[in-house]
Design a protein around this ligand. Structure first.
Ligand code: PLP
Ligand code: COI
Length: 356
């Protein structure tokens, strides 16, 4: 059973794979650091967490996460700053969102402080895997899934919490092309759109594939009821700049993932006095703004995607071409500022960086 003072048993890998990494050609999500942190839940309590050499898992064929989808995850990043310090960007926010996902999916909550401390330990043990090249980082993937070997629909009684890490570069190498989706649905009111649960991503694959076959990188989801209002993209929240105003779908409904990158973007922009409107954003408004020339910028915000500028928006039979990237003064400036906070070249006035 978990003690008050956290002790994590560490079994170090005897054969580090770090020498085999092709650092010049890092592909997102394909390279895994040497260790993983594992913490089981059983008999109503979290068990002692352990750091182990990264390895395959052995699972019961009836593992309930596989059959019934009790599976949630997070994504956050650690950076090596210019002075050598290692920081994790806003892990407290991921802890809170993880808690909300746990609750929505009927899973035991990992207490926020414990979540952050375990992430810190997982990063610490593999800190030599953090690339120190600009634009590179250590992607951290905490996840929780139901492990009961049981056939039947009820919440599992046992779970596994795991954290692994991956050295990564860019998720999108180029500005992105998105398509406004008006038939398929990501999330409906009352559903699980706000939770970072595996099924949301599984369900998006087929529509996203259709969009990719038409030349788009990602879909922009619209509301399930009328397909009239913009919600978010597949891996990022979405922000527009219309006539100097940052306009973004509000997260009041439970259909949109509450993104930490977008929250950070808005906090930075607000501190500069940029007008911000978090509200319903209709597809028609964006199409009209493009037509009358007031749509100055559109970008996605996400941990993996960072600030990803959008160059084309597919809408029905049209493709809206957006202004050249050099003219995107606001998103370029926000991107630079956010990157600066993470790399330590810009003062972290917000206290967003947790030192490892
Ligand atoms: N929306 C979806 C569906 C996502 O998968 C992500 C990525 O985590 C985001 C938005 C952006 O969230 P965050 O900035 O917290 O990474
Ligand atoms: C993230 O940005 O962390 C995501 O979850 C996007 C994707 C890698 C699933």
């Amino acid at each position: 059973m978990l003690q008050d003072t956290l002790s994590v048993k560490v079994t170090r890998s005897e054969n580090s794979r770090i020498g085999q990494v092709d650092w010049e050609n890092l592909q997102f999500g394909r390279v895994f650091s040497d260790h993983m942190l594992v913490m089981d839940y059983k008999d109503g309590v979290w068990q002692q967490p352990e750091i182990l050499p990264f390895a395959n898992l052995s699972l019961h064929p009836a593992t309930s996460a596989i059959h019934y989808g009790q599976s949630i995850f997070e994504g956050l990043k650690a950076y090596r700053q210019d002075n050598g310090d290692v920081i994790i960007f806003r892990p407290d926010m991921n802890a809170k969102r993880f808690e909300e996902s746990c609750e929505r999916m009927c899973m035991p909550v990992v207490p926020n402080d414990l979540f952050v401390e375990l992430i810190r330990k997982a990063v610490e043990v593999d800190s030599n895997w953090i690339p120190d090249k600009e634009g590179y980082s250590l992607y951290i993937r905490p996840f929780l899934f139901a492990t009961d070997g049981f056939v039947g629909i009820r919440p599992s009684e046992t779970y596994k919490f795991i954290v692994f890490t991956c050295p990564v570069g860019q998720y999108y190498n180029d500005p992105v092309k998105v398509k406004i989706e008006e038939y398929y649905t990501r999330a409906a009111v009352g559903g699980v759109g706000r939770a970072k649960t595996a099924g949301n991503y599984g369900a998006s694959l087929f529509p996203a594939r259709k969009g990719q076959l038409q030349g788009f990188d990602q879909l922009v989801w619209t509301d399930a009821l009328e397909h009239k209002y913009i919600e978010e993209s597949g891996t990022m929240n979405i922000v527009f700049v219309i006539d100097g105003v940052l306009v973004t779908p509000s997260e009041d409904s439970d259909t949109i993932l509450r993104g930490i990158t977008k929250r950070s973007v808005l906090e930075i922009a607000r501190s500069w006095g940029v007008p911000i409107e978090e509200r319903k954003v209709s597809v028609q408004e964006i199409v009209d703004a493009h037509k009358n020339g007031s749509l100055q910028d559109a970008f996605g915000a996400g941990t993996a995607a960072t600030v990803a500028q959008i160059v084309k928006i597919g809408y029905r039979d049209e493709v809206l071409e957006l202004p050249a990237i050099e003219t995107r003064h606001l998103s370029n400036k926000i991107k630079e500022h956010l990157n600066g906070i993470k790399s330590g070249t810009v003062k972290d006035d917000y206290g967003w960086c947790l030192k490892v």
